[in-house]
Every structure is written in C-alpha cells, then in structure tokens.
Design a protein around this ligand. Structure first.
Ligand code: NAG
Ligand code: NAG
Ligand code: MN
Length: 404
C-alpha cells in the first residue's frame, strides 16, 4: 500500500511529536522522577527545518528566567509543585527617586537569557543548579495594580504566600553526611519550596516578609543595599498618609515593628548612604540589624565580609534581599537610587558564593529599572548573574536539618 505524500508527512510528524512530546511533557506529582531531559542544557537550539515549527535558540523564543519552563503557578497550573520558582513583582510606586522598577522582572529575564548557553555549571561552587535534580520554574509575575499601593502590597503578599505554601516537588531526603532523614526548618513543619522574587522596588519585601513569617516565623535577614531601608517614615519622605509611610526606604522599619525580623541576627551589607544624622544608625540598631559598610571591603576584603555575615546569621533560616544598588553604578547604573562607591559585580558575586551552606529560605533581587540601563544591558545582566549565584547556593543546601 502506497502512502500519499501528505499522509507520509503526517505519519512522520506524528512520530516526531511522539518523540519530542515525551521530552516536552512534564510528568509531575509526588514520588515521580524528574525526567533527565526536563530542561536541555547546554541549550540546544532548534530551528524550522529541524523538524520544529518555531525557532528556539538562546536569543529567540519567549523569555523566562534562564529559559526555564514557564508555569502559570497562579493561574491554570495552580496544582503544579516545584522546588525553586522565579516570580516577578512588577511594583514601583513606592520609589523615592527614579521610577521604572516595574519593568525589572522583564529586564532581569532578558538579562538572564544566556545563563545556560554553555550548560550553567558553576565552577567555584562545583554545581550545576539547572541539573541538581531540583525542579526549577519561572512562575511569571504576581498581578500588581499600579494604582493603589495598599492593594498592591496585599496582592504581593497573597501571591507569594500561595506559592510558598505549596508543597515542594522534591522530598527533603536524607542528610548527605549522616544519612539521617532531614526535617523541615519551617515553623509549620512543612517542606516549603523556595521563591526568588524579581522586583520591583524594595517595598515588595514587606509583603514578602509577611509571607515568610507565615511559614518560618521571625527570620534572619541578609540585606545587600547601599541604603538602610529601616528609616522611620518621618525622616524618609514624611508620612502625609498611612499609605505614604510604607515605601522603599521604610519597609524594614515596618517589618521590624511587626516582629517579622529576627533581632540581632540580621545584617546589611554594602551600606554607603548619607543619613539624616547618627540617629538613623540608632534606629537601625533598634530595628535588629548589624551593618557592613561598603568601604569595609578595602580593609577586611570579601573574606572578612563573608565572615561577618556568617557570624551574624549562624545556621538559622535566612531570607536574602539584594538591592542591585549594592553594586556600584559603574557596573549597574539602572536603578532607582544609585550611590557611587559600591562593590563591583565580581565582589558581590564572591560574597554571595561565600553564603554556601546557609539555609536561604527565599530571596529577591530588587530595584532594577531597565530604562536607565546601557544598551549593553549591564544592569539586567548583572542582576541575572547575581541570581545565578543565589540559585547555585540554594541548590547545594536542602532546607532541612537532622533532629538533635
Ligand atoms: C533515607 O534513609 C532511610 C533510613 O533512615 C532509608 O529508608 C531511605 O531509603 C533513605 N532515603 C533516601 C532517599 O536515600
Ligand atoms: C532589638 O534588640 C535591641 C537590643 O537588645 C533593642 O534595643 C531593640 O528594641 C530590639 N528591637 C526590636 C524591634 O525588638
Ligand atoms: Mn537601595
């Protein structure tokens, strides 16, 4: 029996889909294995003519963080479990100077496109975070209104909470050193997934910390920023209304007032802002933070900075918040409130790798305002690379402990 040409093409196309369908379809649910080719790294480009209907190379296609699969975690894929999710919070109406961080999530994703071109293996940390066995996804963005800060802050809290309280995809397993089963670090005893939030201005950290509190209780915070962000509303922009009092310079003050931050075991790094006066530091002490000044890198170096951070947080669960303005504007100009005299991208990346082994429960990177970037995408690329280090550190250390 002779096949007509069109029937032959149809048969070939079915066969191709049967094969590629297996590689694209993701079978999930507890206990099932991650297919090894869930994500193909190093990235394998396919083009029309290679039996594919659309081009899919590192520079084409729909942009997600590091070209991870897009999962509509807050939409039609509400049931989907994951281990680490990237989630955008495009909010910038709490900013005091340059607006534009609402475009941060899209910008960081664009800056992250090339992360996996050669495979994504992290040489100094000796890990490939994309092939560590954890299920990584990009959940898109939390819907955020640009018209009402109070409502937007509630939206961010509820979106973050919904994702955080989903069960992690991969069971905690056993401790690699002792073989003992690991127990979750959370207050509610559940093994939560980790979220990496793409800001957005820094205000988003108040609703995020409210969400983190619901799972972990008071949390130690590592905060990289040129600014304190523990300012009282009266010294930061004034407080003509309840809404105006919550902004990207005061959210840590409110978080501390609400008891969300672990007093004494939280720390700022890269501080170099001017102050309203020495009282700002007294207020910062009362908010529960230690401080590392940006200029300390000249005296104690990256190793000394890493030691200070580790001595402060110990082995407690920790939330990591990174303002892109911790990096010098020479390397990351596109941000809301740039301050000269900062760390280089290399120095911040080294310090982040120095957090290897810490229990980072979730993280964010905020204040990327792509409109002020160079044509070479300096800032969005720096942001993506910084998050790549965070992802690598997270992928090495499960969020569990052996019961003592
Ligand atoms: C973890 O250890 C238990 C024994 O304590 C063992 O039964 C189980 O198979 C181990 N699980 C893994 C994933 O190795
Ligand atoms: C944190 O501890 C310091 C020193 O004990 C204290 O002065 C401050 O009031 C505490 N802050 C909060 C928010 O509890
Ligand atoms: Mn800042």
């Amino acid at each position: 029996m002779a096949f007509s040409k069109s029937r032959l093409l149809f048969a070939v196309s079915v066969a191709v889909h049967a094969i590629t369908g297996l590689t694209h379809e993701f079978h999930h649910g507890h206990g099932s294995q991650m297919p090894l080719d869930y994500v193909k790294y190093p990235y394998q480009a396919v083009y029309p003519g290679d039996n594919e209907v659309t081009a899919d190379s590192i520079f084409s296609g729909i942009t997600t963080f590091a070209k991870l699969p897009w999962v509509q975690c807050l939409g039609k894929d509400k049931e989907e479990a994951f281990d680490i999710a990237f989630i955008g919070a495009p909010f910038d109406t709490g900013t005091s100077y340059r607006p534009g961080a609402r475009f941060g999530p899209a910008g960081i994703r664009a800056g992250s496109r090339r992360l996996t071109l050669y495979g994504g293996y992290n040489v100094p940390l000796a890990v490939n975070p994309f092939l560590s066995g954890l299920k990584l996804v990009d959940c898109g963005d939390i819907p955020v209104t640009p018209y009402d800060n109070k409502h937007a802050i509630r939206q961010i809290e509820s979106g973050h909470k919904e994702l955080l309280h989903r069960s992690a995809f991969t069971p905690l397993g056993n401790d690699s050193a002792t073989g003992q089963p690991l127990k979750p670090l959370s207050k509610d005893g559940k093994h939560h997934p980790r979220l990496i939030t793409l800001g957005g201005d820094h205000t988003i950290v108040l609703p995020i910390l409210r969400s983190i509190y619901s799972a972990y209780g008071e949390i130690s915070v590592i905060h990289f920023d040129s600014h304190l962000d523990t300012w009282k509303p009266s010294v930061f922009g004034g407080a003509p209304s309840e809404q105006a009092a919550i902004n990207h310079g005061t959210y840590f003050y409110w978080a501390s007032q609400e008891g969300l931050i672990k007093n004494g075991s939280s720390i700022h790094g890269a501080i170099r802002t001017t102050l309203s006066g020495p009282a700002d530091y007294e207020n910062d002490d009362a908010s529960g933070f230690q401080r590392i000044e940006a200029r300390e890198i000249d005296t104690i170096g990256t190793a000394g900075i890493i030691k200070k951070i580790r001595d402060t947080v110990g082995d407690r669960p920790v939330y990591l918040s990174i303002d892109i303005d911790s990096i010098d504007p020479a390397f990351a100009p596109a941000t809301g409130t740039p301050e000269t005299g900062g760390w280089s991208t290399r120095e911040l990346r080294t310090i982040l790798r120095g957090l290897d082994g810490l229990h980072i429960v979730s993280a964010d990177l905020v204040e990327v305002a792509p409109a002020y970037d160079t044509n070479a995408e300096l800032t969005t690329m720096a942001a993506a690379d910084v998050l790549y280090e965070v992802l690598a550190v997270m992928s090495k250390t499960p969020l569990g402990k052996v019961e003592d």
